[in-house]
Write a protein that binds this ligand. Structure first.
Ligand SMILES: Nc1ncnc2c1ncn2[C@@H]1O[C@H](COP(=O)(O)OP(=O)(O)OP(=O)(O)O)[C@@H](O)[C@H]1O
Length: 427
């Protein structure tokens, strides 16, 4: 990162113009470039433009495909992209019709519906591997219609102030918010004064206790919606976000953010014990921590380390056994953290993208049970994850394109129905 997109993909290799653009198109990156100030010569990374989770995943894939190796190991390349891009990548890269069609490729995946398309399926269970050889199902290549979002004209009344940490004259009371009603009022946001709108005139009312699924194509603005709710972006915004009738920009961010619960797309683990990770400020008793670990089915993962890592009085990490959590486990630890804290509003941003379908189902059940009286916003590409939501929001190019119950949106036969149809192939 911190170089142009092109340098990130070439990674020191020679620029073969023809193949390079083929790879970009196969990774469905060319549409995104239309929105970037300098196309593939835009600097990305810490000192340049940040990119969405799905864009990062496709960039990593493009770099790998560009390397022209004979053997490829693709570690879950489809979990961070929407159903349409997923199918595009399968057709144009991974399956026999794709750029890697005549290469040996190992693909790890949680997407069960692509299994019929593979030559061999290796199932790994508790370290044991069993292999099934099969004739892959014939599939019809899918026609990918490129859409080019138009750049919006800079207006949104841009706000420039850096949000203060604490505002003495406006501090949230204990146990705020009381109900968990969220309203976006004509809210717009750009990540930079000269960039296009990431959110455009969003008007939304989410009722207390509602379970909302948020879907949409990669780059549509789903994570941006979560980021502005947490006030992680406060420049170049207009309009307002209200929680239980209170304009959230009136609070200091230090007071405001801890009132909401979040399980992000990329959970981070701190160096230190599991206890330190779950309760860095030592606010909870050990029983509470174990109860949440058991609920998240993580107790068996943690138990081998119990004596050193989770002991109530263990202040030091020096004698801890070392363990490394997989990305799915890291997300489950984040879920534990949120269950321990119990907030009125919870946001899950692709929180279950790295776990298998069965675990995802049990996590969704757990969330419904644990957070029955909380407002829960769930961003997910995997549609099973959000199918039982009260309502679904479909984001498209920074706007709310569709909103309604899953049944209403399916009957409408619009973008949501299209995403569902695309994700159902192969089943
Ligand atoms: N920090 C940032 N700086 C500049 N542009 C950004 C930043 N984060 C996101 N964007 C851009 O804003 C748009 C919306 O991104 P966002 O992350 O909200 O999409 P998303 O729907 O969550 O996508 P994905 O499914 O790929 O995670 C994209 O065009 C993206 O490139």
């Amino acid at each position: 990162m911190n170089a142009t997109l092109r340098a990130n993909i070439l990674f020191g290799r020679e620029y073969d113009e023809d193949y390079y653009w083929k790879v970009l198109s196969a990774c469905a990156l060319t549409d995104d470039l239309e929105m970037w100030p300098k196309s593939d010569m835009t600097v990305i990374g810490e000192n340049g433009m940040n990119i969405s989770g799905g864009q990062r995943a496709r960039l990593a894939l493009a770099r790998t495909v560009y390397s022209r190796a004979d053997i490829y190991f693709l570690d879950d390349p489809l979990s961070a992209v929407d159903a349409i891009v997923k199918r595009h990548i399968l057709d144009n890269i991974i399956l026999s019709t794709g750029l890697l069609g005549n290469k040996l490729r190992f693909v790890t995946t949680n997407a069960d519906n692509i299994l019929p398309l593979c030559n061999q399926i290796a199932t790994v269970d508790n370290g044991r591997v069993s292999v099934k050889v099969q004739t892959p199902q014939v599939h019809t290549a899918f026609e990918f219609k490129a859409t080019t979002p138009k750049m919006a004209k800079a207006a949104d009344t841009e706000r420039d102030a850096e949000a203060p940490y604490i505002i003495d004259s406006c501090r949230p009371p204990v146990q705020w918010p009381p109900n968990g009603k969220i309203e976006f009022r004509d809210f717009s946001m750009k990540y930079g004064a000269d960039l296009g709108y990431a959110l455009k005139n969003v008007n939304l009312t989410i009722n207390p206790g509602e379970k909302i699924g948020i879907v949409g194509r990669t780059g549509a603005g789903k994570s941006s919606l979560a980021k502005v709710l947490f006030r992680l972006v406060h420049e170049n915004t207009s309009g307002s976000i209200m929680i239980d009738g209170q304009d959230i920009s009136e609070f200091g961010v230090g007071d405001y953010r801890p009132q909401l619960g979040m399980i992000p797309q990329e959970s981070t683990m701190l160096d230190g014990s599991i206890r330190h990770n779950l309760d860095p400020l030592n606010q909870f008793d050990i029983e509470g921590m174990w109860a949440s670990l058991i609920k998240c089915n993580m107790a068996k993962v943690v138990s081998p380390y119990r004596s050193s890592d989770t002991e109530q009085n263990d202040e030091s990490d020096d004698d801890s056994e070392e363990g490394r959590a997989s990305s799915g486990q890291q997300q489950l630890f984040s879920l534990c953290r949120v269950i321990m804290r119990k907030r009125r509003i919870i946001v899950l941003d692709e929180a279950t993208a790295n776990v298998d379908l069965e675990t995802d189902k049990s996590i969704q059940e757990l969330i419904r049970k644990e957070f029955s009286d909380c407002t829960v916003l769930t961003i997910a590409h995997r549609l099973d994850t959000i199918m039982s939501s009260d309502r679904i929001i479909v984001m498209d190019k920074g706007t709310v394109a569709e909103i309604g119950t899953p049944q209403e949106l399916l009957a409408k036969d619009g973008m949501f129905a299209q995403l569902v149809k695309t994700s159902e192939f192969g089943q």
